[in-house]
Ligand binder design. Structure first.
Ligand code: GLN
Length: 306
């Protein structure tokens, strides 16, 4: 493995660019000068990591990958595919215009908020567990992180400030895209965004996706090959919102971001990558994180189109 600490050091000054998310106090007080990376190498089944890769932060939108995978596991690929589209968005992740312009009576994709609320709503209570209890248990398993847990303070603030997400959910309900009680789905959505992960947990998640749905640490399949392939292609086309095309052309690695500062990438059959750096660009993607990922992609020749 290349020298990850050196790569981290050379991108550290980028943590001064952009701003940490400020819509809730628990995110606004996160210090910007943090950058950590973990890389799971499938070739030798080893995890490589730097300083600050064990710091816990809010998973936010990267949870949309986890609920998509879990919804496919619980409800089947066809049902999920019938209820949410796979189109790109030219708008912000929480845009309501996304819904106005759709023409299939489906939210545009599972990684914008409307589509994520839809996927979350598909998860039903099972074996006396609530949808969120199932999502949390699944997240702990697929991230190989038994300490992954809900941050109550973040959940409380997400719920308190989540009126745009509420608007999206009620729009979905008004247009009969969601039939059920949206209040429960919104609570589950706010909770899934408030789970705390590390760069290491995200590298593990990326490694499962890169390894066709099989957990490389115990060789057990946790998701179908079809779910892994589908999710990676969506990460490539919509994982970084409006900037997905730009980074697809520049980095060429399926990646999902979150406003907590996380990036999770899956390089098919090679690596799972997790990065944490909380300062964000205007689209809500980690600035130093994307700098580091660009350099890593060049150094390890990760571009899947090469
Ligand atoms: N909780 C955030 C929201 O719903 C997640 C957004 C993100 O990470 N892009 O607005």
């Amino acid at each position: 493995m290349i020298d990850l600490e050196k790569l981290r050091d050379s991108n550290f000054s980028l943590t001064k660019n952009g701003h940490v998310a400020s819509y809730i106090p628990a995110l606004a007080r996160v210090s910007a000068d943090q950058l950590g990376i973990a890389v799971y190498d499938l070739k030798n089944n080893k995890l490589y990591k730097t300083e600050q890769s064990d710091i816990r932060f809010a998973i936010e939108s990267i949870s949309k990958v986890i609920t998509l995978l879990y919804a496919i596991k619980q409800r089947g690929f066809d049902e999920v595919n019938n209820r949410v589209s796979t189109r790109q968005t030219g708008f912000a992740f929480n845009s309501i215009l996304n819904l106005e312009i759709e023409h299939e009576n489906k939210p545009l994709n599972p990684f914008v908020n409307a589509g994520a609320i839809m996927t979350t709503s598909l998860i039903k209570p099972q074996d006396e567990l609530t949808p969120f209890e199932q999502i949390l248990a699944f997240a702990q398993e697929i991230c190989h992180d038994p300490d992954l847990s809900l941050d109550e303070e973040i959940f409380y603030s997400e719920d308190e400030t989540g009126d745009i997400d509420r608007s999206l959910a009620y729009y979905l309900k008004a247009h009969k895209m969601i039939q059920d009680n949206v209040t429960d789905s919104l609570r589950t959505y706010f909770k899934q965004c408030s789970m705390k992960v590390t760069a290491v947990s995200l590298a593990n998640l990326g490694a499962v996706l890169a390894n066709d749905g099989v957990k490389p640490w115990d060789n057990e399949r946790i998701i179908s090959s079809r779910a892994a392939t589908f999710t990676k292609s969506l990460m490539m086309t919509t994982g970084l919102y409006n900037e997905s095309g730009v980074y697809s052309a520049r980095i060429g690695v399926p990646t999902k971001s979150g406003v907590g500062g996380g990036l999770m990438s899956a390089v098919p059959n090679k690596y799972g990558i997790g990065i944490f750096s909380p300062s964000l660009d205007k689209d809500g993607n980690s600035v130093a994180g994307l700098g580091l990922l660009t350099d890593l992609s060049d150094a390890l020749k990760l571009d899947i189109f090469k």
